[in-house]
Ligand binder design. Structure first.
Ligand SMILES: Nc1ncnc2c1ncn2[C@@H]1O[C@H](COP(=O)(O)OP(=O)(O)OP(=O)(O)O)[C@@H](O)[C@H]1O
Ligand SMILES: [Mg+2]
Length: 232
């Protein structure tokens, strides 16, 4: 594990802070049973856990895609469980870059268009050049004009990562971003995620992964067990 360079100053909100999160899909069967979590500025943290332990569920609650039955999720000090759905969507758009476990690309759009879509929604200029830069960073620039159905699973996954990192969001949530990648590409993606928190731009990354090598790139490891997170 690497040394954390926590930079939050007193009085400045953490990028992400969650308290006592509970969630059930089926009544009486909680997947999250009281999750507490703080993501500090400048750190990359890893959430581990067996398949079905609730990692994707947790990331979806942290991004506001799922509402917890109890608990709070503060993004830059704003509790997204207390705001309207449109405010929650706006916070997600502007504050979080998200890598989905199953790429989540729009099927009718090319790789470049998928990235530009998000940048334009935020009125970011030079979206075409930024999108190409992000595709280059994860080694798939040659796929810029292909749609997801014309890519391998691992290529689509890398385009999904490019989309999440292109916008320079303060928070990046990455759910199993290397699940479909070979060893060399896995190491490359972990380095890209590490660079996000070391490039001096005050960003933070939460990564979920099964890959034991992820530990070499992160500041802290949290294990998801019985619906709660335990720091390792
Ligand atoms: N929409 C849903 N409806 C009902 N149960 C669900 C739903 N989504 C997930 N679950 C259940 O919630 C639990 C946690 O699922 P989740 O996808 O969060 O696990 P995970 O840790 O991400 O697993 P994996 O490592 O396989 O991706 C599992 O038991 C799963 O079957
Ligand atoms: Mg999952």
């Amino acid at each position: 594990m690497l040394t954390s360079k926590r930079q939050d100053l007193e009085g400045v909100a953490h990028p992400l802070k969650a308290n006592d999160l509970h969630l059930s899909y089926v009544k009486g069967d909680e997947v999250l049973t009281g999750v507490d979590l703080v993501l500090h500025t400048g750190e990359l943290i890893l959430v581990r856990g067996v398949s079905g332990s609730g990692k994707t569920t947790l990331l979806n609650v942290l991004s506001g895609l799922l509402s917890p039955s109890r608990g709070t999720v503060c993004i830059n000090g704003v509790d997204i469980t207390k705001v309207s759905e449109s405010q929650r969507d706006a916070i997600r758009l502007h504050e979080m870059g998200m890598v989905f476990q199953h790429h989540g690309l729009v099927p009718d759009f090319t790789a470049r268009e998928n990235i530009e879509l998000v940048l334009r929604a935020r009125e970011i200029k030079n979206s075409a050049a930024i999108a190409m830069g992000a595709l280059e960073e994860v080694g798939v620039a040659e796929l810029a004009d292909r749609r997801p159905a014309e890519m391998s699973g691992g290529q689509a996954q890398r385009v999904g990562i490019a989309r999440a990192i292109a916008g320079g969001h303060r928070i990046v949530l990455a759910d199993e971003p290397t699940g479909q990648l070979d060893r060399a590409n896995t190491d490359m993606i972990f380095k890209v995620l590490r660079h996000i928190v070391t490039d001096g731009a005050d960003r933070a990354v939460l990564l979920s992964s099964h890959d034991p090598r992820a530990c070499d790139y992160v500041d802290r490891v949290l294990d998801m067990e019985d619906g709660v997170l335990e720091e390792v």
